[in-house]
Design a protein around this ligand. Structure first.
Ligand SMILES: Cc1cc2nc3c(=O)[nH]c(=O)nc-3n(C[C@H](O)[C@H](O)[C@H](O)COP(=O)(O)OP(=O)(O)OC[C@H]3O[C@@H](n4cnc5c(N)ncnc54)[C@H](O)[C@@H]3O)c2cc1C
Length: 398
């Protein structure tokens, strides 16, 4: 990997000019892509509206093997081998075939960035300009930047889509809110309990000296503030340090009009669990590899687009199955949930499903040479659009 990237953020100097690669968004997907380009010799610019690691975007729970694969075990805070599932009728403990870990957002971003040799500027991306001679223009509040290779890793708003899409309340988006009170714990816990949310779940992840307690709703109009406060109160914790966002739960096209989309912008967050960090990393790595092949003259942009699209499509079935279960669970009468979880607890069933779930974005991919290796042909992707300029944060509104 290359040397640490340069952060020039915060300047008022207008931004303009041409780069080989422009990565919009410096969170999991964007930084994973930039990391793959380190040492390629390409002129890579990463932009984000905040400085790197400044604004946490999640509860930061991830399969431990992903931290290991990225060489980031030093940021692990706590590790969990079981998932404790609470529902109205009782509690079931699932013995998992692999562990999950918690970490701090700023530390992951900082370490990913340390392996990059790109430049960074703070700038708010406002939309997409035209394309001329293969150069795509991207509008920001500090001027127009252009590059032949552009990645939208801006999260769910999908700002660089060529046309406007849906607004949050009509869109396939999950709404999530969490609080971060001080405290300690041992268990990775979830609540499938309609007292907190009619369709969705609540969670409590301990991370060293704080707890991350939150609720997500698969139905965008359902507010989650009351459920989050109630869960925190039931756990005897103060609802402090709120953090919330929308999370996509349906795949969207991974490339459109020359722009590559990775992470939440491509809807690559897993339905049902709303786990989107490892998928953002996975597809960020995949995009970075494809772009590297282009700058090194091993592929054309079209070939890279086709290879990345095949990878995205190869996981469609798994994403659809999770979406099916996401829609099914809220329809099951609450009294049946606990018995069903007890049946599900059977070791072979937990192993089978959790291992298949991990394969949707396997940590081993980090060490593999080419995105093409992952392709399983013969599956088609769904289609969806995203809005321009909608506000991704709704904590205030909540
Ligand atoms: C409350 C909550 C808890 C969660 N907990 C977990 C969890 O424990 N585990 C898990 O796997 N997933 C979790 N998720 C989901 C996960 O956070 C996302 O799927 C993941 O962050 C997606 O990564 P990304 O890089 O695609 O996008 P993001 O992390 O959303 O990053 C987008 C980046 O783009 C920048 N940006 C946005 N708009 C602009 C703009 N106009 N101009 C410039 N920059 C811009 C942002 O500042 C940000 O840096 C959680 C989500 C929420 C809301």
């Amino acid at each position: 990997m290359g040397t640490q990237g340069r952060q020039n953020g915060g300047g008022e100097r207008p931004l303009a000019g041409h780069h080989d690669v422009l990565i919009c968004g410096a969170s999991f997907a964007g930084l994973a892509a930039a990391r793959e380009l380190a040492g390629s010799g390409a002129d890579v610019l990463v932009v984000d509206r905040y400085r790197i690691g400044e604004r946490p975007t999640s509860a930061c729970g991830i399969p431990t093997d992903w931290l290991r694969a990225l060489g980031l075990m030093e940021i692990e805070l706590q590790r969990f081998g079981e998932l404790v599932v609470h529902s109205a009728g009782g509690t079931t403990v699932l013995d998992l075939p692999y562990t999950f870990s918690t970490f701090d957002y700023d530390e992951m971003c900082e370490l990913l960035w340390r392996n990059c040799d790109a430049a960074f500027e703070t700038a708010t991306v406002t939309g997409r300009g035209g394309e001329e001679d293969g150069e795509i223009a991207v509008e920001t509040d500090r001027g127009t930047i252009s590059a032949p290779l552009v990645v939208d890793a801006l999260g769910w708003p999908r700002i660089l889509a060529p046309d406007g899409g849906f607004q949050p309340l009509d869109a396939p988006l999950t709404r999530a809110l969490e609080v971060h009170p001080p405290g300690t714990g041992q268990d990775l816990e979830v609540w499938v309990d309609r007292r907190y949310v009619p369709a969705g779940y609540g969670w409590c992840f301990p991370a060293d000296d704080e707890l991350r307690i939150g609720v997500c709703s698969y139905r965008p109009p359902s507010h989650v503030r009351a459920g989050t406060d109630l869960l925190a109160a039931d756990l005897g914790r103060e609802p402090v340090r709120y953090q919330g966002n929308w999370i996509p739960h349906e795949l969207r096209p991974p490339a459109e009009a020359g722009v590559f989309f990775a992470g939440d912008s491509a809807g690559q967050c897993l339905p049902l669990t709303a786990e989107g960090i490892r998928t953002a990393l996975y597809y960020g790595v995949a995009v970075g590899r494809e772009l590297r092949a282009v700058v090194e003259g091993r592929r054309s942009r079209d070939q890279a687009t086709a290879a990345y699209t095949r990878l995205h499509d190869s996981h469609q079935k798994g994403f659809r199955l999770l979406l099916f279960v996401q829609r099914l669970i809220p329809r099951i009468p609450p009294r049946l949930l606990a018995p069903l979880f007890r049946v599900y607890r059977t070791r072979w069933l937990v192993n089978l499903t959790f291992n298949a779930y991990l394969r949707l974005a396997p940590p081993g991919f980090v060490g593999e040479a080419s995105a093409d290796d992952q392709v399983r042909p013969g599956e088609q992707q769904g289609d969806a659009e995203q809005p321009l300029g909608t506000d991704r944060d709704f904590v205030k509104a909540e």
